[in-house]
Design a protein. Sequence first.
Length: 407
Amino acid sequence: MTVAEPAPATPRTPAAPAAVPPLAARTTAVGGSPVRDILAVTARPEVINFAGGLPAPELFDRQAVAAAFQSVLTEVPERALQYSTTEGEPALRAGLAARTTAQGLATDADDLLVTTGSQQGLSLLATALLEPGDTVLVEEPCYLAALQAFGLAGARIVAVPGDADGVDPDALDELVARERPKLFYTVPTFQNPTGRTLPADRRAAVARVAAKRGLWIVEDDPYGELRYEGERVPWIASHPGAEDRTALLGSFSKVMAPGLRLGWLRAPAALRRACAVAKQAADLHTPTVNQLVAARCLPGLDPHVAGVREVYRVRRDALLAGLPDTLPQGSVWQRPEGGMFVWVRLPASYDTTALLPQVVRHDVAYVPGAPFYAGEPDRSTLRLCFVTQTPEEIAEGLRRLGEGLRS
């Protein structure tokens, strides 16, 4: 019996793989940081960069930080390299609580949550407080990364009008009544990007609005210790009416070193616990060794910051002195009492975003103002950071900036 051989199989064309599911819409809707994009484009060493919000690296207290790492890794390596509690190392929280109390706001260690930079504090608060579609009120203009954090949470962001002194409390009151927001976000001291400082009477008024209308206040204070003139203005969190509804954010990035990625959040107990749960899901805890190093550096921080302030004050004055001969007639700017930034408004015919490539060809850079606006931007604005250049470099950078604007 003859058995027929099976016919050879017809080769099949493999099916095309199915497309992977799309990215979450919020990741594409919010976009990246324009400041980071500008820093990447202007990383050439010959560029004098007024665009960054970076502290001056030559002023880092490298010896103190190195000595703290050495001692921590020599004396308590098993603790420094181990997991820690989500809330933060007790030594650091105790030191931060004492510092905060000494600056006018009674604080216990248990009132604080240590975060991986104050930027993480913003993200944790957005997670703990916001549902998609909730309304958030912000200053106009507003810190860029806050707009990112709230946008990624799916919030609807509404700007509160203000003036050279900051947010208008009456306008805030009207918007809270009309929009029913969850929170109001503010950088009241040496604001990013404008450098302005909200006066004490307006801070008290903001606290009253929050108490009357039912509102969370997120008070971000990364620059408060960089004051070059004038008297310290108390935190909004210290005003009557704000005690049970204010989350205060702080950071070591501008006064110690941003590479340590250390910040903290002071908030009422229920909100702080919710942020701790969100942090457990994000990173479990902030690196233990960095926290222990910062705790060792705290006793010497005040004299270090005093030296930094003096250098930055000279640099601020150098920038302010050169602006009249640099900017076109009709430009206006503010004199900040501290912080890192000068905010400039050119005549209305200027578009600083469109002008930037032309200016960069002169080996100098700034940040256009448009990305800092939650609503319709003022395209004639720009931000200049003065802390990373010497007075001589500032003078040369302004010369280049003037040429770029005129060309």
